[in-house]
Design a protein around this ligand. Structure first.
Ligand SMILES: *[C@@H]1O[C@H](CO)[C@@H](O)[C@H](O)[C@H]1NC(C)=O
Ligand SMILES: *[C@@H]1O[C@H](CO)[C@@H](O)[C@H](O)[C@H]1NC(C)=O
Ligand SMILES: *[C@@H]1O[C@H](CO)[C@@H](O)[C@H](O)[C@H]1NC(C)=O
Length: 440
């Protein structure tokens, strides 16, 4: 139940963004787009795509500009214009439309669709080209696809054979996503699944077709998985926690007991707690599963170069394996394992803090768990050889600018590349809207 409420907040933020930012009369590119109904930026300047990322805690609007051949152009010297709003519900209590959305919180199972429809109505009155299916709750698998597109596009791989592209493994707060390209033959031979999941989908970028394997793993993201791991030890000790730790964690209204054993954390025993949550022995209806019963896509050349993004990079940065100021870092999973052992060996939070001073206080009690988890999901879950070199990716250099890896560019690329958005069909401005949240 709590999860649904959060999604609604995201949508409300989306609304707030539309009404407050777009209709404000002060200068700035976004306002000019709306104020001019798109006229000002049409013509030689190519196409603009607006993507809303209505996340859990804030909404970000991204504007990208493409030329006729779907090459990313700079806007006022930057690869994107983005704007973030951190809004709370009460700020809009006097706004009738906001209240309408607020009341939807109380409705039943169909509430998502109802809320999405409120957003759709608002957008249909905007001056943008917009299709109702563009307002969606972004599934993890789709997010993986968009990230794959973002990264391979920025690296200049789009246009090359699938075997020259790179695979993406991303961790966000609620899900982990894996995406990589497969051959046409592999796509045709993809197994049919009993639950009807579509693991392989066709995508058109610029004038190229790619068949992408993609899967979103919920609840295996950075925060969601803590609850998943703690679920198994709610009535016992959790061996990832430092000696003396005895708290409760509230995760979207569920209470989890977080109790260290008298002997404190242990790398080996924490591994057991973590592997239990990974559900490695789940029924695999098709050959070759990763974990939790998901098909691994069969592998192949598109999986040879693996890029780790999001939480995988960030957890590494907190302990010095990677660095937020450096675009990418080549590493071996063994490095996560080594530091997991060091962190699980700490006898107190103070000792852990002295060992890893930049880990935020909120995350510090979970550091042993987080590091053991990152190592385990990658090595045991996805089967990556711990001695193999993989790359943790933070930003990609593109035409002299640094672009932080994020799914919104992929969404924009796919939109301008798709046939229903051929140049002649496009009035002036495209609007796409997504809500990124954690519905599996
Ligand atoms: C363009 O960039 C400059 C410098 O970063 C900034 O001051 C200005 O407000 C930007 N203009 C628009 C329309 O965003
Ligand atoms: C954990 O145990 C407490 C009682 O100590 C209970 O209230 C709570 O619902 C349990 N949480 C889960 C996720 O099972
Ligand atoms: C499973 O893996 C084997 C060996 O890599 C491969 O030959 C086979 O096609 C795969 N099957 C599926 C359904 O992924």
């Amino acid at each position: 139940m709590a999860k649904l409420g959060i999604a609604s907040i995201s949508l409300l933020s989306l609304f707030a963004l539309l009404s407050l930012q777009f209709c404000a009369s002060d200068a700035g590119l976004l306002n000019r787009i709306v104020a001019s109904g798109g006229q000002e930026i049409s013509g030689d300047n190519g196409r603009y795509v607006v993507v809303f990322d209505a996340g859990k805690f804030m909404t970000t609007v991204h504007v990208f500009n493409f030329d006729q051949n779907v090459n990313l152009l700079k806007i006022n010297g930057s690869l994107e214009v983005s704007h973030q709003v951190q809004e709370v519900l009460s700020s809009y209590a006097d706004n009738p439309a906001a209240v309408a959305i607020d009341e939807l919180f109380l409705l039943g199972e169909k509430k998502y669709e109802k809320i999405l429809n409120v957003i759709r109505d608002l957008l249909s009155e905007s001056p943008f080209l917009y299709k109702s299916e563009w307002v969606t709750i972004l599934p993890g698998a789709k997010q993986g696809v968009y990230l794959w597109e973002t990264i391979n596009y920025l690296m200049g791989n789009v246009g090359r054979d699938y075997s020259k592209t790179v695979a993406v493994l991303n961790q966000d707060v609620a899900t982990v996503q894996m995406a990589y390209a497969v051959s046409l033959k592999a796509a045709i031979n993809a197994p049919k699944l009993p639950r009807g999941e579509e693991y392989i989908t066709a995508h058109h970028i610029q004038s190229n077709n790619y068949y992408l394997y993609s899967h979103g793993y919920f609840p295996y993201g950075a925060y969601a998985v803590r609850a998943e791991i703690l679920k198994y030890t709610n009535d016992s000790y959790n061996y990832c926690m430092t000696s003396g730790y005895n708290e409760q964690m509230n995760y979207y209204g569920e209470i989890y007991n977080v109790r260290a054993s008298p002997s404190g954390s242990s790398y080996e025993k924490c591994r057991e707690n973590v592997l239990q949550a990974l559900n490695l022995k789940a029924t695999c209806y098709i050959k070759n599963c990763t974990f939790d019963g998901a098909w691994n896509g069969g592998g192949g050349a598109g999986l040879e170069k693996i890029y780790l993004t999001g939480g995988f990079h960030n957890t590494g940065a907190d302990v010095g394996i990677t660095n937020r100021d450096i675009p990418s870092t080549d590493l071996k999973l063994l490095e996560y394992e080594e530091l997991a052992k060091v962190s699980c060996g700490a006898k107190s939070l103070e000792e852990a803090h002295n060992l890893f001073p930049i880990v935020p206080a909120f995350d510090l009690p979970y550091l042993c768990m987080d590091l053991v988890y990152v190592y385990s999901i990658l090595a045991d879950g996805f089967g990556i050889d711990p001695t193999e070199v993989v790359t943790a990716l933070n930003t990609v250099q593109y035409e002299g600018s640094s672009f932080r890896v994020q799914w919104t560019l992929g969404a924009a690329l796919e939109l301008v590349s798709s046939k229903h958005t051929k140049m002649e069909d496009i009035p002036n401005v495209l609007l796409s809207s997504h809500t990124s949240n954690q519905v599996a």
